[in-house]
Design a protein around this ligand. Sequence first.
Ligand code: MG
Ligand code: ZN
Length: 244
Amino acid sequence: MNKKTSKRLVVFDFDHTFVQDNTDMVVFDMIQSSEAKQALWNQYEKGKWTNFMNEVFDYLYNNKFTLNEMKMKLKNMKIVDGMLELFEFLKANSHIFDCIIVSDSNQWFIESILEVQGLRSIIKHIFTNKATIQNGKLHVLNCHSHSHSACPVNMCKGQLLMEYKDEMLKSGTNYISVCYIGDGSNDYCPCERLHSNDYVFARKDYPLEKKISSSSTLSTKNILAKCAFWVSGVDILHEIKHLI
Ligand SMILES: [Mg+2]
Ligand SMILES: [Zn+2]
């Protein structure tokens, strides 16, 4: 029997959790013409977000926007208060904590931002939509396929997290608890799959918090994990410090 390592897993959403705004919207807003924006929205089919973003990338490419300009916009995005302090702590305690990102953005956006913040190396894995670049044009592909009808077709964060935990266990790392940090309604699925020794950190006044608050008033409680609401990354840091 192989010896197992016990660690804690910290899972980060990205848009509105690590960066203050939404990466896709920052890039969409590079389009100046409101008619062009509306025309793109008119093509959007609910639940098919990656298709929509590919239309946006096509438009930008056809209108001579370069990937470098896109990268500059992304690199200038505001980081949520306290998130860099939180990462500094997690980096100093990487013998205790592993960090992953689970996001509906895409690989190229996330890596562009992490790189400039010097954080790429402490993120063990990024689960997100795949990104390819051909002749200077970005194209995104669904993160994976799954069977959870409540989640968007390109991504079920809950399934990805459970599969990752299983895989890590097989290769010798047992996560004694998970800390899930997010803000959006698509962060609810993974939170529902957590256990009583896990933690949910939901951003205050964002959809995940509202969903948790409304579900906990029902007679059946859907989330077993301990829930805390945060405004800044420092609030999370205070809680996580108690875990070591
Ligand atoms: Mg988010
Ligand atoms: Zn799901």
